[in-house]
Ligand binder design. Structure first.
Ligand code: NAD
Length: 325
């Protein structure tokens, strides 16, 4: 039977997730939630119709609910009919996903949750919820986007050639035509720039973001980001978190990537050779493809684990995603 999937957050990633799911037969997309409402249909939602409804203010116009407290209501009313959710919500404030997870626990829901959270501090907080998630019979997979996510898993795999890992370096390139299509992603990236933090970036008005982007020709250049790839790899004993660096360039005015996305893992083999493995993602693959693909691959893995009674918290680095047909 197809896995019944819900998407929490219907912004840039949530909309892309709907389009990804449209091509899958092992998953059926039954629910979507945004700030203004939720849509639910037990036989499956149609991506094109959902995108049209969202242009009218909320995906809820598709049929479900339109009004305040959509997330709370969806957890109470829709979640019992859903096997697993992809949390494509902004993590603003920095504990928003953790708060949402506590709501699922309090509601007595059991199933699979997958996030694409980025910050080390946010993942660290989620990792403390392991016992409560286990008690609630929830299988939670954290850090399952691109970075952390696909690239963290690739780093964990690449590390196997080495007796000692010296350095993991992730450089990402993102190209989007318009920052407004990925507001949370852009705000959360600005929060890594010198002079900003999560709260100051959250408080920026749209006009202030436009002005900031005007000064940089639409590009954000990011270095030494607080990205959870570090804690996820450290947790497995692969390397120390200080040996992991993440940075990148985001172009908010062109869909082409400004630079290629690369992962480099440097280490020493058992014979004493020092070497670097490099993985380069295809430039034509969008951020949305590299986040939503892994998120659903991990959701499928999480569903298999859930059915075996494996509950609690797991990560992109300690689990191999399954390919969703
Ligand atoms: P967005 O701003 O485009 O969309 C957010 C959506 O969430 C909107 O539909 C909004 O209505 C909804 N929402 C916000 N608050 C809500 C609430 N209280 N109740 C119900 N719905 C609510 O976001 P985005 O740019 O698609 O990013 C989503 C998340 O994905 C961000 O946290 C971002 O950092 C993360 N992300 C991760 C990676 C990765 O590689 N790990 C890459 C890109 C983005």
């Amino acid at each position: 039977m197809a896995i019944r999937v819900g998407v929490l957050g219907f912004g840039g990633l949530g909309k892309a997730a709907a389009r990804v799911l449209a091509g899958k037969r092992e998953m059926i997309w039954v629910a979507a939630v945004d700030r203004g409402g939720y849509a639910y249909h037990p036989e499956g939602l149609v991506a094109e119709a959902a995108l049209t409804a969202a242009t009218q203010g909320t995906v809820g116009h598709l049929g479900g609910y339109v009004g305040p407290d959509s997330l709370e209501r969806a957890i109470a009313q829709v979640a019992p009919h859903v096997d697993g959710f992809f949390l494509a919500l902004p993590n603003l404030p920095n504990d928003f996903i953790a708060q949402t997870t506590r709501q699922f626990i309090a509601a007595g829901w059991s199933g699979v949750l997958v996030d694409a959270i980025k910050r080390t501090s946010a993942v660290t907080e989620l990792l403390t919820l392991g016992d409560r998630l286990q008690g609630a019979r929830i299988t939670y997979l954290t850090g399952c986007g691109a970075t952390p996510g696909l690239l963290t898993a690739a780093a964990a795999l690449a590390a196997q050639s080495f007796a000692e890992v010296h350095r993991v370096d992730i450089r990402f390139g993102v190209g989007i035509a318009n920052w407004q299509a990925y507001q949370a992603t852009i705000r959360e990236d600005i929060a890594h720039m010198p002079g900003y933090d999560v709260e100051t970036a959250r408080a920026l008005t749209d006009a202030e973001i436009e002005a900031l982007l005007d000064r940089t020709d639409g590009r954000l250049t990011l270095a030494n980001m607080e990205h959870a790839d570090d804690v996820l790899l450290e947790r497995l004993g692969i390397c120390d978190r200080r040996q992991v660096t993440v940075g990148g360039v985001v172009d908010t005015r062109h869909p082409q990537k400004p630079v290629s996305t690369t992962l480099q893992v440097t280490g020493r083999t058992f014979e004493g050779a020092i070497a670097t493995h490099t993985l380069t993602l295809g430039d034509e693959t969008s951020m949305a493809a590299n986040v939503c693909g892994p998120a659903f691959g991990y959701l499928k893995a999480g569903w298999e684990m859930h059915q075996r009674g494996w509950h609690g918290i797991f990560t992109s680095a300690d689990t191999m995603p399954r390919f969703v047909r």
